[in-house]
Design a protein around this ligand. Sequence first.
Ligand code: DON
Length: 554
Amino acid sequence: MRRTLVLLLFAAAMPVWAAQPVRARHGMVVTRERHATGVGLKVLQAGGNAVDAAVAVGFALAVTHPSAGNIGGGGFMLVRLADGQTTFIDFRERAPGAASRNMYLDAAGKATEDSTVGYRASGVPGTVRGLEYASRKYGKKPWAELLHPAAELASKGFALSYGQAQGLRSSARGLSRFPESNRIFLKGGKFYEPGEVLVQADLGRTLERIARLGSQDFYEGETARLLAQDMKEHGGLITLGDLKQYAAIERKPMTGTYRGYTIVTSPPPSSGGVGILQMLGVLEGTGYEKAGAGSASVVHYMTEAMRRYFAERSEHLGDPDFVKVPLSSLLDPNYIRKLRASIDPERATPSREIHAAKFNGRESNETTHYSVADGDGNIAIVTYTLNGGYGSKVTATGLGFLLNNEMDDFAPKPGEANMYGLIQGEANAIQPRKTPLSSMVPTIVMKDGKPLLALGSPGGPTIINSVLEVIVNVLDFGMNVQDAVNWPRFHHQWLPDELRMEPGYSPDTVALLEKRGYTVKRVNAQGEVAAIRFNNEWLEGAADPRTEGTAEGH
Ligand code: DON
């Protein structure tokens, strides 16, 4: 009887239709791959802090999620320490010293595929330096201990899931062009089946060397030497000098407020943080949320905020160490008020009436975000990538890791589309040692000085909007974090002037939006959010059901 009563009370407090996050009190790891999640959890259970676990997960995903996890790419880590300090580690790729503005144009001035496939597509990788920087400054576990699980997953192998086997198969066309990729990831053209064990012996040896010798091996030692030689033999640009010179950059996170919450987010060369802050600024005070989550009116207001920000992005955003990014103008309250006032509450504003360059895109899920929190109040969240799925498709000879094609995040030809259809301007033109503009945006939301939500996503340009949507689902629509992640997403990026919507919106809602003037396009899945909600003493982990992500806590 007593038991029934407890159950009834429990049921009343927790509606049956809500999806539940994974709850724990002492630590939480959310990644898109189960082995990597397990590696992070073990580090926390062994007394490592959130940064230690994030470093170990970074290396593990380089083995178990080869389409995006990497040591041949780069990314961003956002950290909040228990003492309240926040910091941002930029370990994104940089253009090699020999890179030049027109390096991807043929004799007729046409952009070639070289920015996306093959040895010339890679920027200087930053992951190993970035993770080492984080570990030295903010971690407490020995470096080698954090790499050991990854090295073992590589050398002993792990059983491929359905999604992993499928992912390799669907990239066979690109991977098979490069002998090392074909041998390691496609079994020489025979393909891996789900359940089969993928062994990556070369990668295991590389990781063991990095475990023993630190990033020195990758940037100046044996790995550097082999990588530079491979580049030279295949017309790539990355030299020993480029590798030696690579440094991670610690930057101040961007912060802003929204309805009494503090948003701690990613500064340039991310274009995401300023976007999230501008779009939240535009929404604040409109009362848009009153119409209810999923309503045509909510989608309308959010889309208009997106459209306006993406027009700015194409014009103004680039590497802040090379170009002046007008952050304060973009976030000036008077300017935001003007943007807000330009929204017609009932009608879509045609993008041709919003001025800046053309910006046109497609999406894929080949970047990855993971979130870690420990029981002491430290948070480390990372979005890192090879850019496209399996990056440039090149596996470095004898080293076993895939190289990025991040050079395509520059404007290979300012004014013409890159791989995501992004047409970007001079601010993001190629220059030696410059960092390409990114949409990756690890973000932490705080309330009254305490963390409330930590999240990020892959998805190219859609990243920014996916993160925005999960934030408002929690803050404005009161969803629990799992519902907020599951909720159907949508995306507008100014140009093309179309509203992309996942399934899950009713035909009535879509019809209302079309009546307001939107061209609605259905898409399958957008992004892959990994979020943690801090709910009093509980850590609530939400992996994205759109892919094979997992959350585990203790
Ligand atoms: O940094 C960026 O914005 C891109 N390289 C991210 C690419 C990405 O998310 C691909 N997956 N969807």
